[in-house]
Design a protein around this ligand. Structure first.
Ligand SMILES: [Zn+2]
Ligand SMILES: [Zn+2]
Length: 159
């Protein structure tokens, strides 16, 4: 079992690689092979800092010289989603975007523009504290939370 380095300040690249190692371990533990296309999708996800669609992930793989088809990317993402390894963001019109779900629980939230589809990320300590308080009040063992803000981005407000 892999131990995470407690207290160490990890860079984004380290966090990505830790997630990739964790993802491969979970995939194998669930009885799946770490096939080459699957590994390529995991590596691409590990290198991104926020959500991307299957199409964007496929484009980036092709730019790196890979010949993985979009159907394979979709299947790999479905498996990662089933295994709880990715955070999925549905942006409307059935277009899902994905980012690594870090085993440390570190995360950010998203604000989505309903007009142009732009996605930005934010973190807020006060929000996390409020969610902890609510969980305590409800006496639930809350393991995860989704918070998505929707509206019009600054560009669309001005337009
Ligand atoms: Zn994100
Ligand atoms: Zn949160």
């Amino acid at each position: 079992m892999r131990m995470t380095i407690a207290g160490a300040l990890t860079t984004k690249a380290d966090a990505g690689q830790q997630w990739a190692d964790h993802a491969h371990a979970v995939i194998r533990a669930a009885g799946h092979r770490s096939s080459a296309p699957r590994s390529a999708v995991v590596q691409t996800l590990a290198a991104q800092s926020c959500v991307r669609s299957a199409r964007e992930i496929g484009d980036s793989l092709r730019r790196d010289g890979s010949e993985i088809g979009i159907a394979t990317v979709y299947r790999a993402l479905e498996l990662l989603d089933e295994l709880g390894l990715v955070q999925r963001l549905d942006v409307g019109e059935g277009s899902a975007r994905f980012e690594p779900a870090l085993p440390t629980g570190e995360h950010h939230h998203h604000v989505v523009c309903d007009r142009c589809g732009q996605v930005s990320q934010f973190e807020d300590e006060g929000l996390e504290a409020a969610i902890d308080r609510i969980a305590e009040r409800l006496a639930y063992r809350v393991g995860a939370h989704d918070v998505i803000l929707r509206g019009a981005c600054p560009d669309c407000v001005r337009a």
